[in-house]
Design a protein around this ligand. Structure first.
Ligand SMILES: O=C(O)CCC(=O)C1=CC=C[C@@H](O)[C@@H]1C(=O)O
Ligand SMILES: [Mg+2]
Length: 329
């Protein structure tokens, strides 16, 4: 089976720059692709790389698309190399869309997100988190993720104290260090989290610390996961399917953050998750509605535990997705 193939690169400015220990991220760049089969059925996909997480670069993805035009065969889609995981996701999602004729036109793409999952809202780094949470709380979030390892640990631990005192009862707080802590700081954070979680007076649960140490510190993170009660989630460490499998085989049984947009082939991800009952948290790559729809579909199918998905209900961009997509295409 072969498909007519078209693609458009895009750039979209975030409403609010994403500040992490990797730095400041202001513009999301990616590719929207469209496959059309012989009967005229259409499927949409998105290639949204995060190079500093280990996916391909945008340039590599663009070169891959350019050398394919004007059509692509099904077997080519399932043999996209593993060093192009965002392309694997984009093309397979589009193929799925054609097969399910899920998105003949944009309207179907823009349909509301699946209600069956709960969402985690992203809190900005630093003390702005102290007032940012109310707006998200009013929008219905009860799980929040706060970026840490952006300011000195002593400063952030002070803010954490006020944050846990002000968050409403039965809310959950995730802490994402993006690999920016050293071993001593990670111990300090985890000791604090254990203390907070042991305090039954406190209405908030620290759900987990995400990627406390750098990717090359796996054995230290394994050691931390044995030393503390508070859960640890690998994110940058398990950014691609190859890494997911590797660290599972290395004995990781903590939480795995899965970013469908860059992890690679959705069909192979399904096989892995069906084989191994991993504790997974599905997370956005700050994609547009095209990639988001496919990623949320996967999250809904594969979530074993009812952990909130990191796809904040509000999109990350200023202009409306439907308008943006119409103008792009
Ligand atoms: O997972 C979430 O709650 C939202 C997505 C998110 O936090 C991220 C998306 C992409 C890159 C990173 O900046 C960041 C992360 O580290 O998880
Ligand atoms: Mg993360």
């Amino acid at each position: 089976m072969h498909y007519k193939f078209e693609f458009r690169p895009y750039q979209r400015k975030f409403v609010r720059a994403v500040v992490t220990s990797h730095g400041m991220w202001e513009i999301r760049e990616g590719i929207i692709l469209c496959l059309t089969d012989e009967s005229g059925k259409v499927g949409w996909g998105e290639i949204a790389p995060i190079t500093w997480f280990g996916s391909e670069t945008l340039e590599q993805a663009l070169n891959f698309c350019r050398q394919l035009l004007p059509e692509i065969r099904e077997e080519t889609i399932f043999s996209i190399p593993d060093d192009l995981p965002a392309c694997q996701f984009g093309f397979e999602s589009a193929l799925q869309g054609v097969r399910e004729s899920r998105s003949e036109d944009f309207e179907l793409l823009i349909s509301p997100p699946p209600a069956s999952v709960t969402y985690s809202g992203l809190l900005p780094a630093g003390e702005t988190a102290l007032e940012a949470w109310q707006r998200l709380w009013q929008q219905g979030y009860s799980t929040f993720k706060w970026k840490i390892a952006v300011y000195p640990t002593s400063v952030e631990l002070k803010i954490l104290e006020s944050l846990v005192q002000s968050l409403p009862a039965s809310t959950k707080l995730r802490l994402d260090a993006n690999g920016g802590l050293n071993f001593e700081e990670a111990n300090l954070w985890l000791t604090t989290c254990d203390k907070l979680n042991a305090n039954s007076e406190l209405p908030v649960e620290i759900e987990f610390i995400e990627q406390p140490l750098a990717v090359d510190q796996f054995s230290a993170m394994l050691e931390l996961s044995r030393r503390y009660q508070s859960a640890i989630a690998l994110d940058e460490s398990t950014a691609t399917l190859k890494q997911l499998e590797y660290y599972y085989n290395q004995g990781w049984r903590g939480i795995f953050v899965i970013k469908p947009g860059i992890v690679g082939s959705p069909s192979r991800l399904c096989q892995f998750c069906q084989h191994h009952k991993i504790d997974a948290v599905f997370s956005s790559v700050f994609e547009t509605i095209v990639g988001r729809k496919a990623a949320l579909q996967l999250a809904t199918e594969l979530s074993q535990y009812n952990r909130a998905v990191g796809f904040g209900i509000n999109h990350y961009f200023a202009e409306d997705d439907a308008v943006w997509l119409e103008n792009l295409w």
